[in-house]
Design a protein around this ligand. Sequence first.
Ligand SMILES: [Zn+2]
Length: 300
Amino acid sequence: MLKIAYSDIYVYQLPDGHRFPMSKYELLPQQLLYEGTVTEENFFEPNQLTTAQLLTVHTPKYLHKLETLTLSKKEIRNIGFPVQKSLIERGKYIASGTYQCAHYALKAGISLNIAGGTHHSYADHGEGFCVFNDMALASKLLLQEGTVKKILFIDLDVHQGNGNAYIFRDEPAVFTFSMHGAKNYPLRKEQSDLDIGVLDKIEDAAYLRLLEETLPRLIDEVQPDLAFYQAGVDILATDKLGRLSVSQKGCQQRDAFVMKQCQKNNIPLVVAMGGGYSEKIYDIIEAHANTYRTAQELYF
Ligand SMILES: [Zn+2]
C-alpha cells in the first residue's frame, strides 16, 4: 500500500496564530482524498527527529541557535520565514516523515512525503525556506543503520540542491544529481556530483530529453539501493519563480519517467515535495497531485 507522510503540523502557522490561507500542505491531501486517489489509510503521522538524529547532519551551534531562537536577523532573512518555535518543531516532523518514508519505500517500492525536499538547508544554516535538510538527515540515518549502502539524489526542483551538494561533497555513499534552472536561485551554486543547468524557457521535449539521456546512465553507474526524488513543481511555465516553460503534462511525464526508471531497476524511491509557486493554487495542487496519481497507477 502507498504510504504518505502527513501531519497537521505541516500546515505552517504564522506567528499571529493564523494559517497561510489555502496552503498547499492542507489542500493537497484534501484533493487526493476527495478524488479517491488515496484513502485515510494511505496516510501515516510521522514522529519528530530527536536532537541526536538532527546532529547527524546539523551542527550543534546551528541547533542551539534554533532552539534558543537566537539566529541573527540575517540568518532569519536567509531562511525566509519568520522563525518561531512551531517552525522548528514542524521541520523535525517533516524530516522524520522523509526518513520514515524511506522505510516504507524499502517495503513497498515507493513512499511520499507531503512536504520536505528542503534542499537549501546546510549543516550550519538554513536558506530558501529550508530549516533542516530532510533528505540529508534521512540519508545519514539510513547509512548509519546500515539499511542501505548507496543513495542517489534525483533533484528536479527548478532550484539547485545546494545544501545537498555541499553536505555530501565528500561522501561517496551519496550521489547528488541536480537538474535546475542555470540562471535561477541560488546564484552561487555548489558542485553536485552531477549538475545539469537548463536554460530559461526550456519546454517539455528538450527538458524530458535531457532527463532521459541522463537518469538511466546514472542509475547504471551509481547502482543505488535507494533514491530520493525532490519533485518540485516550480519547473512549470506558470511558476512565478521558475522561469522554465514545462507544461502540466511535461511535469507529470517527468515524474512517471523517474518512477519507471527506479521501479524497473528495483530501487526504492522516496519522494519529497519541493517547491511550487504558480500564481494559481490550482496549478500547484494539480502538479503535486499528479505525482501521487502516477505513483498509485504505476506501483499499486
Ligand atoms: Zn524550488
